[in-house]
Design a binder for this molecule. Structure first.
Ligand code: BTN
Length: 321
C-alpha cells in the first residue's frame, strides 16, 4: 500500500476524532512532513479532512477500509479502489482469472452502471460501490436469484444499522422510507452449449449518505440515503454485513419468503413496458424463481421475468427506480 493509502487507513478508521500527525508518523515510521503530504493528496482526492497545526487531523468521511474489511471477512479477497469506472466492469475485464469470492469496492465510480443500460450515480465517498465475483452452479434462468438474495441481504444489513424497515421494489431496488437507497446489477456470462453460468458479477450500489449538494437532479425525487449525519465509521461493517448475509443465502439458507414479505409492489397497480409496449397490471406476488406474478386488466395471470420488463409504480410517491 502507498503511504497515502496507509494514512487514509489510519484516519478513516477513526473518523470525527483528531489524530496527531506525530502519532500517525510514528505508527507508519515516516516523517510528520510525509503525513502532511499524504493528507494533502487525500484532500485533493476529495476526502474531507480538517487539519490544525497544534492538534492534528480529523477525518470527516465514512469510507470502507482494507483492514476493516479484512478484519470482519478474513476469508475473502477484498480490493479497495479510490476511483474506477465501474466495479462490475473491473471484474468483467479479469473474468477468466478471477476466483469466486473476489470483492471490489470503490470509493467512487466514474461510469457506474444500472439495469436497462441506465447509469448509476456514484459520487465520491458517500456511497458503497461493491462488486462480488461468483462462479455459481446455476442455469442462466436462475441468475435472478443472485439479485434477489442480494436484495434481502442489503435489507438485513440496513436493519442491523438503522431502526427503519427496508423494502424491495422488484426486482433489484431497495427502498427505505419511500426512497431508493440501493440498486443491484447482476451480470453473467453463460455457456450457450449447456445454458450454465460461467461466472456472475453481483454489483451493489448503496447511498450511505446524501452527497454534498444533494443527489443529482435526475434522481433527486427518488433517491435516499441509509444514514443521516456522518457520526462514525460504519462503512466497513455495513459492507461486511451485506456480504455475510448474501453468502448465507448463496450457501442455502432460505430467503425467498423474506423477499416476498419485503416486496413493496405486491398488491399494487403497476405499469410495465415489455417490447416497447406499456401495460397495466396488479401485482399478485413473487414466485419461487424471483418472477413477478401479475394479473392483467382482464384478470389473466402471468409472470414477468426481470430481464424483459421495466416496472413503474406511479400511484403514490414511488416513480422510476
Ligand atoms: C440499478 O439501480 O439499476 C442497479 C445499480 C447497480 C449499481 C452498482 S454500484 C457497483 C456496481 N458497479 C456498477 O457499475 N454497477 C453496480
Amino acid at each position: 500500500m502507498s503511504v497515502t493509502d496507509e494514512v487514509l487507513e489510519i484516519l478513516a478508521r477513526d473518523p470525527q476524532k483528531t489524530l496527531s500527525g506525530e502519532m500517525i508518523a510514528q505508527q507508519l515510521q515516516i516523517s510528520r512532513n510525509a503525513v502532511w503530504k499524504a493528507v494533502n493528496t487525500l484532500k485533493k482526492q476529495g476526502f474531507h479532512i480538517t487539519a490544525s497545526t497544534n492538534s492534528g487531523y480529523c477525518f470527516c468521511d465514512d469510507v470502507v477500509t482494507r483492514r476493516g474489511m479484512q478484519a470482519c471477512l478474513p476469508d475473502l479477497e477484498v480490493r479497495i479502489l479510490n476511483s474506477v469506472s465501474s466495479t462490475n466492469s473491473y471484474l468483467k475485464a479479469e473474468a477468466e482469472t478471477n476466483r469466486e469470492g473476489l470483492v471490489i469496492v470503490a470509493r467512487r465510480q466514474t461510469g457506474g452502471r444500472g439495469r436497462m443500460g441506465r447509469s448509476f450515480s456514484s459520487p465520491p465517498n458517500t456511497g458503497l460501490y461493491m462488486s462480488l465475483f461468483l462462479r455459481p452452479a446455476m442455469q442462466a434462468e436462475e441468475a435472478v436469484r443472485i439479485t434477489t438474495m442480494a436484495a434481502v441481504a442489503v435489507c438485513r444489513a440496513i436493519e442491523a444499522f438503522t431502526e427503519q424497515k427496508a423494502e424491495i421494489k422488484w426486482v433489484n431496488d431497495v427502498f427505505l422510507a419511500g426512497k431508493k437507497v440501493c440498486g443491484i446489477l447482476t451480470e453473467a456470462s453463460v455457456n450457450v452449449e449447456n445454458g450454465r453460468i460461467e461466472y456472475a458479477i453481483l454489483g451493489i450500489g448503496v447511498n450511505l449518505y446524501e452527497p454534498e449538494g444533494g443527489f443529482a437532479a435526475e434522481i433527486k425525487g427518488v433517491a435516499g440515503a441509509v444514514f443521516g449525519e456522518k457520526t462514525g465509521h460504519y462503512a466497513d461493517r455495513f459492507a461486511c454485513e451485506i456480504l455475510r448475509q448474501f453468502f448465507s443465502f448463496y450457501h442455502g439458507q432460505p430467503y425467498i419468503e423474506e423477499y416476498r414479505a419485503r416486496s413493496l409492489l405486491t398488491g399494487r397497480e403497476i405499469v410495465y413496458s415489455m417490447q416497447g409496449e406499456e401495460r397495466r397490471a396488479t401485482v399478485v406476488g413473487v414466485d419461487d424463481n424471483g418472477g413477478l406474478i401479475v394479473r392483467n386488466t382482464v384478470g389473466e395471470l402471468s409472470v414477468l421475468r426481470s430481464g424483459e420488463v421495466s416496472v413503474r409504480y406511479d400511484k403514490g410517491e414511488i416513480k422510476n427506480g
